[in-house]
Ligand binder design. Structure first.
Ligand code: AVJ
Length: 320
């Protein structure tokens, strides 16, 4: 390891450094999708949700608008806890339903991007006077970091089919943490992108304007910024394909030439021409595969609602 390699970037987060070292040291190089989401990455994702090819966000929103008023009134939801809240675009549909039911008290947006979260929280406090907004910065893959003494019943929301970004074992661990934070009257609302015509799915991750490709490459800029690495994003191609066995999209960055990247604190990482770095999986589900995730986490599917075309589902989970 060269002298330069031993000196880590001044403010490199040790946990990130360890996770990146492990991911780039694996036979199939892989890094978790959370490293897409610096401010630029969160903005690019918002752009993706507006793309004609990317159907999940608008489809989920349609189901939310149809279902939430009745569901929330029935549950008497006083607290909304949202995992991976991002811009909270969709949360407003739930918050509006809680306000209409006269039960809206507390909103807890949880997100890994602190800056994005504080902007979101400030905007929501202005839009919903009287609603207590208690943002929690957390990596939902590790912990939930919930405020204490929240008014119940609470609704835990995990939207956008972000559950699909977790390998099944990780997904079950996350669901177990949610289950552990639930009380008997609480419910869990989860969005799941459904299995369908593969070409339709692949188009959603290979948009004609190249926004997803930019979003994918943004992970390299985050590593350069956070760890002082010297990735050249222009020497990596975007690739997204459907892996039928595992029913999932895989996103990769493909090295367009043999190259060596230096990351202070890790050392030199070499890429062969054509070698890939897997940056995201996006698992697609059906009712059975969702139930198979819920069961080991102590949850049962209480209700299930899809759009007329069956592209996307919203699932309500209850303590089993
Ligand atoms: C909403 C985070 C789940 O996997 O579909 C969009 C992220 N990746 N385009 C997804 C994403 C590529 C998205 N999640």
């Amino acid at each position: 390891m060269t002298h330069a390699a031993r000196i880590s970037a001044p403010r490199a987060n040790p946990a990130m450094l360890a996770e990146v070292a492990a991911g780039l040291g694996a036979s199939q190089k892989e890094l978790p999708p959370k490293y897409f989401y610096d401010h630029r990455g969160s903005e690019l994702f918002e752009e993706i949700t507006q793309l004609p090819e990317y159907y999940p966000t608008r489809t989920e929103r349609g189901i939310l608008e149809a279902w939430m008023p009745g569901l929330v009134a029935g549950l008497g939801t006083r607290t909304l806890i949202e995992l991976g809240a991002g811009s909270a675009e969709k949360s407003r549909v739930i918050l509006n339903a809680m306000r209409a039911a006269g039960t809206a008290e507390v909103y807890v947006p949880i997100d890994v991007s602190a800056t994005f979260l504080s902007h979101t929280a400030a905007r929501l406090r202005r839009e919903y006077p009287g609603l207590k907004v208690e943002p929690a910065v957390a990596d939902i893959g590790e912990e939930l970091n919930l405020p204490r003494r929240l008014p119940r019943p609470a609704l835990f929301a995990f939207l956008g089919s972000t559950i699909g970004n977790f390998h099944p074992a990780e997904a079950i661990r996350l669901l177990r943490r949610v289950r552990a934070a639930m009380e008997p009257g609480d419910r869990f609302l989860m969005g799941a992108d459904l299995r369908k015509d593969v070409a339709r799915i692949e188009r959603a991750y290979n948009d004609s304007r190249g926004v997803t490709a930019e979003f994918n490459r943004n992970m390299l800029r985050v590593l350069n910024h956070e760890l002082g690495a010297d990735f050249d994003p222009e020497t990596f191609e975007h690739r997204a394909f459907y892996e039928r066995q595992a029913h999932r999209i895989e996103m990769h960055l493909v090295s367009s030439r043999p190259q060596v990247v230096t990351i202070p604190g890790i050392g030199e990482v070499s890429f062969a021409r054509g070698e890939t770095l897997r940056t995201e999986i996006s698992c697609k589900h059906d009712r059975d595969s969702v139930a198979a995730l819920f069961r080991p986490a102590g949850l049962r599917v209480e209700s299930w609602r899809t759009d007329p075309e069956g592209l996307f589902a919203l699932v309500v989970g209850a303590p089993a």
